[in-house]
Design a protein around this ligand. Structure first.
Ligand code: ATP
Length: 612
């Protein structure tokens, strides 16, 4: 497989671009879909009970919040003029008590809010993760790992604020606005209308600002994604190595600076737009208060209104304009976040191009017969990487795949575990069409040993357990003995608990390969897929790897992209691929006699690589 992880050289540009186009086709709809606010609200579907509690608490808090201006009115209009000291004391006492109640309610409500908000965040991360796990290999050969990580962490974090505050704010502020408007009308309907008259003026700036901020936020997250992708490549072990060897540190610093600067510029613009909006709100709210004092003051002078009423009214205005501003601001925040949600939902909606059929069967334990029937595959429409490939392997047989670079060898072996599904034709395992059985039951019965021998940054033990979680220490040791790696591991300071380093770079190439072989032995599959490493090891290491491979292949059906002469000579059948087609097939001696492509490859490659 070609997954150099950015830096190993190898993979040509066209291959990646092609993958990108194909992957986009398979998830084209999700890419273009506009996100609606209702989709964001639907994230809260599982939290109805907690939301009802929040609404109840918000109502209580809002009702308590109505108290202080009424208390003021009582003090000014009744207590002081009538010199009623008892009423005065009662009102003052209430003034002190009410904030205690609302404070306690606030703590409870805040806890509920956070629980709901963080719950939604967890669900979002979980569903993104799960959907990424469902994607086929063509997605991963196309996407940059840094970009994936950015969406799962950075983008999700970018909407955290909206998610954790949106529902609560929407509820509490709406309740406050409703209760306040009601009491305004109860107090004086003319003043109430006057107070409401300026509200439509708030709308236009909100619309404008939302549009601009949404666009800017999407752009910012896009650039951040690029940055993560770039960092992932540059600071991955292979990338870091390549950078140092070709001395591209300075160029990379310049590239990074460009992105870094763009993030800064976009964030500045985002902030500035927000400030302008804040300023407009700041001007409009005092306008309403001025109107009340003008009209109310007039009435007080005329003697048709009490001073207490107008003071209470003005105090309520704060409870009206503030929450209206917050609600509208919320609208801006949501609209701004829509751009990021779009990126998140795009990943959530992606449909894999390799999926289990609805009525997929479970593949029973197989003998290991493999038949390729006229298998064709195109990464891009019309451009076939494999064309009508047919061959078969009986249980326990070894089939070697050879051919020049780009002939389709990796694509072919990828078909077996359904990393890709044939565009036409079928891969049959013991008479079952691979496409019609569940991927889990299919993959259970095969193991892959790839060229790269990828290891996770974990202990040797954990890397081995990846093949079979329930393996005992005894199983691990046995597998490692068969792979000729046990003694090496045992000699390490922490034995099986030794950490292998990023991608296993603390181990030598040969050790990594043997560990990967041990992993495959542990899985004990009926079918084995091998992509022999092309990198040449020293002869001692090579001999160990070869011995380990021989152990692994023993009695299993094996499909191997062969680079070693010993493998080819031992193969029951050699399939020679060129341009995606099988051009020759047979055993070594027969193919040599034909004096075709195989004979040429033998003379130019295999004979030279006499690494038996
Ligand atoms: P090598 O020996 O160099 O690894 P190969 O024989 O394994 O080559 P494949 O990797 O199967 O060849 O590639 C077969 C063809 O398909 C090539 O033309 C390649 O460019 C193309 N190809 C491979 N992977 C992709 C991809 N993800 N997207 C588009 N085209 C691809």
């Amino acid at each position: 497989m070609r997954q150099d992880g950015g830096g190993g050289g190898g993979g040509g540009g066209s291959q990646w671009e092609g993958g990108s186009r194909q992957a986009l086709q398979s998830r084209g709809k999700a890419t273009l879909k506009e996100v609606s606010v209702s989709r964001i609200y639907s994230l809260f579907r599982g939290y109805r009970l907690q939301l009802s509690v929040i609404i109840g608490l918000a109502l209580l808090a809002a009702i308590i919040g109505l108290g202080p201006p009424l208390i003021m009115k009582e003090i000014i209009d009744t207590g002081i003029p009538q010199q009623d000291k008892r009423l005065l004391m009662e009102m003052v006492g209430l003034m002190v008590l009410l904030p205690v109640f609302s404070g306690l309610l606030g703590v409870w409500q805040n806890h509920q809010n956070t629980k709901v908000g963080q719950g939604v965040m967890r669900d979002l991360r979980r569903s993104l993760f799960a959907n990424l796990q469902r994607q086929s290999m063509s997605f991963f050969t196309d996407a940059k790992s840094g970009e994936i990580i950015q969406r799962l962490t950075g983008d999700v974090l970018a909407v955290q604020n909206v998610v954790t505050t949106i529902v609560v704010s929407a509820i509490t502020q709406s309740v406050i606005v409703l209760t306040t408007v009601t009491i305004l009308f109860v107090l004086d309907w003319r003043l109430a209308i006057l107070a409401l008259i300026i509200l439509p003026l708030f709308i236009w700036p909100v619309r404008k600002v939302s549009q601009i901020r949404k666009q800017l936020r999407r752009e910012t997250q896009g650039v951040r994604g690029e940055m993560s992708a770039q960092l992932g490549e540059i600071f991955g072990v292979s990338g870091a190595l390549l950078t140092r060897i070709f001395q591209q540190e300075h160029k990379q610093e310049q590239d990074f600076d460009k992105l870094n600067q763009r993030v800064m510029d976009l964030e500045l613009r985002l902030n500035l737009v927000g400030r302008w909006y804040g300023m407009v709100l700041g001007i409009l709210a005092p306008l309403g208060t001025a109107l009340i004092y003008w009209y109310g003051g007039w009435n007080v002078v005329e003697g048709t209104m009490t001073i207490g009423s107008i003071i209470a009214f003005a105090a309520y205005l704060g409870r009206l304009y503030g929450p209206v501003g917050t609600l509208l601001n919320l609208q801006v925040e949501v609209q701004t976040a829509l751009g990021v949600f779009q990126r998140i939902f795009e990943y959530e909606d992606m449909i894999s191009d390799v999926v289990d059929l609805e009525n997929a069967k479970v593949l029973p334990s197989v003998q290991g017969q493999v038949v390729f029937q006229q298998v064709s595959y195109a990464y891009q429409t019309g451009q076939y990487a494999l064309k009508e490939v047919s061959f078969s392997a009986r249980p326990g047989e070894v089939v070697a795949i050879v051919g020049p670079s780009g002939a389709g060898k990796s694509t072919l072996i990828g078909m077996l575990a359904r990393l890709y599904d044939p565009t036409s034709g079928a891969v049959m395992i013991d008479g079952y069409n691979a496409k019609e059985v569940t991927m889990a039951s299919l993959r259970d019965q095969m193991a892959y040993v790839t060229q790269e021998s990828f290891l996770f940054h974990a202990s040797v033990r954990d890397n081995l357990l990846f093949a079979r979680l329930d393996a005992t220490d005894g199983d691990l040791e046995e597998a490692c003995r068969q792979a000729y790696i046990h003694d090496t591991i045992a000699a390490m300071p922490d034995g099986y608990r030794t950490m292998v380093g990023e991608r296993g770079h603390r181990l030598s190439g040969g050790e990594r390969q043997r560990l990967a072989i041990a992993r495959a032995i542990l899985k004990n599959p009926r079918i084995l897929v091998l992509d022999e490493a092309t990198s040449h090891l020293d002869s001692e290491s090579e001999a160990y790897v070869q011995a380990a491979l021989d152990q692994l292949m023993l009695g299993r059906t094996t499909l191997v992209i062969a680079h070693r002469l010993s493998t080819i000579l031992a193969a029951d059948r050699i399939i020679v691929l060129e341009g995606g087609r099988v051009v020759e097939s047979g055993r070594h001696a027969e193919l040599l006699q034909q004096d075709g492509l195989y004979a040429r490859l033998y003379r130019t490659q295999f004979k030279k690589a006499l690494l038996v």
